[in-house]
Design a protein around this ligand. Structure first.
Ligand code: SF4
Ligand code: SF4
Length: 135
């Protein structure tokens, strides 16, 4: 069963290429912006199109996410669904669900069935419902 190793350097929370950066929903921007104010960080988002009429935004993070401290997410309970589903990832064009090789656990354990990611699978369902892709 998937669980983050205690000493994982959390490369998943560091970003370089635009394609890697989380895609978030409009209401998630509000939550992130509020949390960023608490820690004096400024966040940037750019429109990333829409899916079934739902607007999507790319969260522009250069380098480490400001909410990551010592490899741990400090907003775990309220982080966006794009983070909650990780290391699962979904290609919205094809509907393919896959495991991100950016995750150390995935690289160490190889391809595994989605049932080994119960919390992430549940978050993925919530995301697909939000996007009107699941009822
Ligand atoms: S919100 Fe949390 S899980 Fe998402 S990138 Fe930032 S530190 Fe990582
Ligand atoms: S999701 Fe993967 S890369 Fe990120 S902290 Fe967990 S094991 Fe490490």
């Amino acid at each position: 069963m998937f669980t983050c190793p205690v000493l994982c350097p959390a490369e998943c929370c560091k970003f370089e290429g635009l394609e890697d950066m989380p895609v978030v929903l409009e209401d998630e921007i509000d939550v992130l912006t509020r949390e960023a104010r608490r820690i004096g960080a400024r966040l940037h988002f750019t429109p990333a199109g829409e899916y079934n009429g739902v607007r999507l935004y790319r969260w522009i993070i250069r380098g480490a996410c400001p909410f990551n401290r010592n490899g741990r997410c400090t907003i775990h309970e309220i982080k966006p669904l794009a983070c909650k589903i990780f290391p699962l990832a979904v290609n919205l064009k094809t509907g393919d669900v896959y495991l991100s090789e950016k995750c150390l656990w995935v690289r160490l354990n190889g391809p595994r069935p989605l049932d080994e990611f119960p919390a992430e699978k549940e978050a993925l369902k919530r995301l697909l419902v939000r996007l009107g892709a699941l009822r």
